[in-house]
Each structure stands twice: as structure tokens, then as C-alpha cells.
Design a protein around this ligand. Sequence first.
Ligand code: SF4
Ligand code: SF4
Length: 197
Amino acid sequence: MKKYGMIIDLKRCVGCHACTISCKMENEIPEGCFNTWVEEWDTGKYPNVSRVKLPKMCNHCVDAPCIEACPVDATFAVEGGIVVVDEEKCIGCGACVSACPYDARYMNSATNKAGKCTFCIQRAEAGMMPACVSTCISHARFFGDLNDPDSEVSKLMAENKTEGLKEELGLELNVKYIGLKDALKNGEPEERYRGGK
Ligand code: SF4
Ligand code: SF4
């Protein structure tokens, strides 16, 4: 059985936001809504300063609070562990948006239904990479089957220390980062660029 996952290498990300734009185009995401975005801030003390670029998105949690929160079972995981929303069933109550600890959902201003990253399921089903992965100019994003030991993502997991955001919540995330500990060594400041959100 497949288990889709994404690895984001923070040492490679240059903060160009091409992933954000290509995602919006591929998935027809309206203004003010984001399936993926890149947060940025400066860290360190002069002269030892650097800029953190941290792409974020739905983590496709195995124990997803958004699924638990939905009163009409409109959101669920499909084959491969991709968490999706059935727009026919969604009543637009926003419970899932409030339940997500990653701010990864929104109410779609065009449809009044819940929206989120789907790992570009329409592309995955056609054997294509998600738009953000295909567009990334520095090859910082990787996508594939975590249950296939020969996949690029599995090899990256085996060869690198990978971590997820807020792992203390224990939600079993399918989005992991290389270099996250270093990026967050001084924490995430409240004042930061939130990728247009
Ligand atoms: S990151 Fe948020 S929207 Fe995505 S599966 Fe987890 S709880 Fe749901
Ligand atoms: S907005 Fe839709 S998907 Fe979210 S909790 Fe309400 S019915 Fe479920």
C-alpha cells in the first residue's frame, strides 16, 4: 500500500515562492487562500545573521484533528494517506479550519468550502509530481511513496535526519524537513513574513 509523503530540504530552498504560485495556478486557489506558502524571517545576531525560508503546507497527518472535527465526514484520508475534502459533502462550517494546528486549511472564498493541499492528487493519479515539486527552481521539494524503499523520498529519509513541525503533537506527519532543527534554533518569531497569508 502506498504512503505518500513530501520531504523539503531547507538548505536548498531559496525563498523564491515559485511553489506557492504554481500551486495556486494548478489548483485554482483564489486570492488570499494558500495550499502552500513560504514563511521567512531573519535569525541570529549581527554579523552572524541568516534568513530562514520555511515552506509550509498540510502535513497529511495520520492522526488528523481536521478529520476528527468534521461533523459530516466531509474530510478523510484516501489511498496513499492523502487528506482530502469532499466539496459535495462540506457544509462550510469551518470546524476543520479551526482544528488544524498548522493553519493549513482555509475557507475557499470562491466556493465557501474548506480548502487545503491535496499533494496535487489529480497529478499523483496521473503519475506526475505535485506542482510545487515540479516548479521548485532549486529542487528543494521531493515527493513519493514512503513505503517504497527505492523511492527518492525513502532514500532521503534513510540518508538524512528529517523532522516535522510540532512533532510533540504526535500526529504522525507525512511532510518532513531536512534542516528544520537548524532553521528553528532561535524559534519562530511572531513577527515574520507569512508568505502573503
Ligand atoms: S496539517 Fe492540518 S489540514 Fe493537514 S491533515 Fe494535519 S490537521 Fe489536517
Ligand atoms: S468546513 Fe466542511 S470539511 Fe470542514 S468541518 Fe465543516 S463540513 Fe467538515
